[in-house]
Write a protein that binds this ligand. Structure first.
Ligand SMILES: [Zn+2]
Length: 292
C-alpha cells in the first residue's frame, strides 16, 4: 500500500476569535432553511465510528481503488474486514448531533460520511457525496445490491471464519468506512456479482476515485440556493469537501466551520469553532428557540 501524504501535517488548531454563542448569534438572522450543511466524520464519532483524521488518531493508509481492483488478496482482506465491520455498523445509531441537525432542518446536508446516519435521524435532503456503505455495486454490470444481502452470502461462503481469527470481533477496532483492523484474511472468500460474475465493491468513493459528477452537481446546486454554509466535523483534508467551502467563500457567503482540529480552510475568511459538533448544535438550537 502506498504512502498517503497527510495534507494537514504542520497545521495547528486555530484559536477561535468568537465563542459559539457569538457565532450562532451572527447566524440566527439567516433562518435554518437557508443554510447548507457539510458534514464529516466528526459528527459520527459520538455514534462510535472513529474519525481517523481527528486529533489523536493513528496514521492509517486507506485502501485505494487501484489496490482494490488489482490485488485479489487485498480485495479478500477488504471484504473480510468489511464483513466484520458491517456486523457493527448495523448496530450504530444517530447521536445527539444528528438528531439536533434533523430538528434544525437546514436547507440540505452534503455529507462525506457513508454511514447513512443523517437519514436515520430524519434529515432530508441528504447528498451522500462519498456513497453509502449499505449498498454494493458491481463494477462490471452496475447492478446495485443491498449490503445486508451481500452479508448473508458472505456468511454462507465463510462458515467458521470468525473462529480462525483468534480474537473476538468486538475487540477489533472499527474504522469510519466500516472496516476493522485485521490481518488474518487470506482465506476469506469474496462474493462475485450474482448476475454477471463481476467484481463487487461497496458503493463508496475510495481514495483515488472521483465523486460521480451528478452528485457533485447536486451538491453545488444545493449550495447555490443557500445563504450560508456550516461545516460540521470535517478537517476538509480532501478536495471533495474543500471545494464547497472555496465556492461559498467566492460567493461571499458566510461560512462557519466546527471541528476540534485544524482544517485546510483555516486561512480562508471563515468563522471557526473548535467545539464538539453536538455541543455547537445544541447552542445553535437554543439560539433558534429563543429567536422564535
Ligand atoms: Zn455484475
Amino acid at each position: 500500500m502506498g504512502v498517503v501524504r497527510d495534507p494537514l501535517r504542520g497545521r495547528v488548531r486555530p484559536e477561535p476569535e468568537h465563542t459559539d454563542e457569538q457565532i450562532v448569534a451572527a447566524m440566527t438572522p439567516i433562518r435554518p432553511a437557508r443554510w447548507a450543511v457539510l458534514t464529516g466524520a466528526g459528527i459520527s464519532t459520538d455514534s462510535g465510528i472513529p474519525d481517523y483524521r481527528g486529533p489523536g488518531s493513528p496514521a492509517r493508509a486507506p485502501m485505494t481503488v487501484q489496490t482494490f481492483l488489482s490485488h485479489p488478496a487485498q480485495r479478500a482482506r477488504y471484504w473480510a474486514r468489511g464483513w466484520i465491520g458491517w456486523k457493527r455498523m448495523t448496530a450504530v445509531h444517530p447521536n445527539a448531533g444528528h438528531r439536533a441537525l434533523a430538528r434544525i432542518a437546514p436547507l440540505g446536508i452534503i455529507t462525506q460520511n457513508v454511514d447513512g446516519l443523517h437519514q436515520a435521524a430524519g434529515s432530508e435532503p441528504v447528498i451522500d457525496l462519498h456513497g453509502r456503505l449499505d449498498r454494493v455495486i458491481c463494477l462490471d454490470c452496475g447492478t446495485v445490491i443491498d449490503r445486508d444481502r451481500v452479508q448473508e452470502e458472505l456468511d454462507a461462503l465463510n462458515p467458521g471464519f470468525l473462529d480462525t481469527l483468534g480474537a473476538a470481533p468486538e475487540t477489533l477496532e472499527t474504522a469510519p468506512d466500516g472496516d476493522v483492523e485485521l490481518e488474518e484474511t487470506a482465506h476469506f472468500r469474496v462474493l462475485d456479482c450474482p448476475r454477471c460474475g463481476g467484481v463487487l465493491k461497496p458503493d463508496v468513493v475510495y481514495f483515488g476515485e472521483s465523486v460521480p459528477r451528478p452528485r457533485v452537481d447536486a451538491a453545488f446546486a444545493l449550495l447555490g440556493s443557500a445563504s450560508g454554509l456550516v461545516v460540521l466535523g470535517s478537517s476538509l483534508a480532501v478536495h471533495s469537501g474543500l471545494r464547497f467551502v472555496r465556492a461559498a467563500v467566492r460567493e461571499e457567503l458566510p461560512v462557519v466551520i466546527v471541528t476540534d482540529g485544524p482544517t485546510r480552510a483555516d486561512e480562508l475568511p471563515v468563522q471557526r469553532s473548535v467545539s464538539r459538533v453536538a455541543d455547537f448544535l445544541r447552542t445553535w438550537e437554543d439560539a433558534l428557540g429563543r429567536a422564535i
